[in-house]
Design a protein around this ligand. Structure first.
Ligand SMILES: *Cc1c(COP(=O)(O)O)cnc(C)c1O
Length: 367
């Protein structure tokens, strides 16, 4: 591997493939697969991840917003793409790029049908979302007849799938709640399909739902964080491989005499002679400011060096007292699920946020 000369995020597509195959081994062969590649593929590289998964014959992609779906189409992704949170302002772009909207309210349904009809479209694929307890997006059970009325009075739409989302699939203390959500989803979809006259794909689980609630797999499962190496428990996470490695380099080394300070607002003051290394990564790159003042750390030649003083926009300074390293040496911010989880815990966050925080300024290298 080449010597690191700047801050980079390395993406391991073999690890991604392993994770996809591992997750697939946990459900029936007939169950369809949907890969969630929103937020730049959880901070990695949505396009590269999607290309790899398309080769592996994933059945569906999902992203949160329209522009994320457009980016996938622009690199040649042909697999259907579900837009989880379409904004009505993007309706023409959705159609232009053949993206498939999540329809979650009467207002959204009416607007889409009107647009499809005015463009003379027939059987445009849409996805109906029901709220079963997350209380974020989705129709309620009481909306069934109104939805059906609108859909059966128009030839413009075809329901490709009906779905819902678990609120606490990772939390086994909420097992009863999750099971109630599953029951509600079954009840709603049974009624709905009976009146609709054809059977769309049903799906409900995210990664932790896949692992914790096999009874909720239905026809398709939605894999997000698991593809990138994480699950809600240690046992599964150990079977998954880390996909993203964040590396940097030592820009400069300073000796700080007793009584001198380091960084903005003089947040760190040396009580003895220390050595610091300046690293070219800051809060604008995704190193949350909460990691300052000893909370976060990096690893240099296998040794932990804690962040001292405040995190700057473009840099951090770390304590390398007693360590043998020099300018130009490699610095690991994270290279394992363990470190990512550990860093997340230190700032009361989760792996999802650590990964998606890595800003687009950081160069991605796909291996
Ligand atoms: C983000 C998202 C997912 C993926 O969740 P993971 O926990 O990352 O697997 C699945 N479904 C919906 C609706 C989402 O918003």
């Amino acid at each position: 591997m080449s010597v690191v000369q700047e801050t980079i995020l390395e993406i391991d597509l073999k690890a991604l493939q392993h994770n996809f195959e591992y997750l697939k081994s946990t459900f029936h062969k007939e169950t369809k697969t949907l890969a969630v590649v929103k937020a730049y593929g959880y901070g990695t590289s949505a396009c590269k991840v999607a290309k790899q998964l398309e080769k592996l014959k994933v059945n569906y992609f999902a992203v949160a917003y329209t522009k994320e779906g457009v980016s996938l189409r622009e690199v040649g992704i042909k697999t259907p793409i579900l837009i989880l949170h379409p904004q009505l302002v993007n309706i023409k772009t959705i159609i232009k790029y053949g993206l498939e909207p999540n329809i979650y309210s009467n207002r959204v349904l009416e607007t889409f049908i009107k647009e499809f009809e005015s463009e003379n479209l027939k059987n445009y694929p849409i996805h109906i979302k029901f709220n079963t307890g997350l209380n974020r997006l989705g129709f309620s059970e009481n909306d069934i007849d109104a939805i059906l009325f609108k859909i059966q009075n128009s030839e413009s739409v075809k329901i490709k799938s009906i779905f819902s989302h678990l609120a606490a699939s990772e939390d086994l203390n909420e097992k009863t709640f999750s099971e109630d959500q599953i029951k509600t989803f079954k009840k709603i979809t049974t009624q709905f399909i009976l009146k609709l006259g054809y059977t769309p794909i049903l799906h409900m689980t995210n990664t932790s739902g896949i692992l914790n609630y096999p009874q909720a797999h239905f026809d398709m499962v939605r894999m997000g964080i698991g593809l990138y190496g994480f699950s809600n428990d240690v046992i599964h996470t150990k079977k998954l491989k880390n996909v993203a490695t964040l590396k940097s380099v030592i820009s400069q080394i300073h000796s700080i005499e007793k009584g001198k300070s380091v960084g903005y607002n003089r947040a760190f003051k040396a009580d003895k002679l220390i050595r610091t290394a300046t690293i070219p990564i800051g809060h604008a790159d995704g190193i949350h400011r909460a990691f300052g003042n000893g909370v976060g750390y990096v690893t240099i030649h296998g040794q932990k060096a804690s962040i001292i003083g405040n995190v700057c926009m473009d840099m951090i300074m770390v304590n390398i007292t007693g360590m043998s390293c020099q300018e130009g040496d490699e610095v690991i911010i994270f290279d394992s699920q363990k470190t990512i989880n550990d860093l997340a815990k230190k700032i009361n966050s989760i792996s999802y946020e650590i990964l998606t925080a890595i800003s687009q300024r950081v160069r991605r290298i796909v291996n």
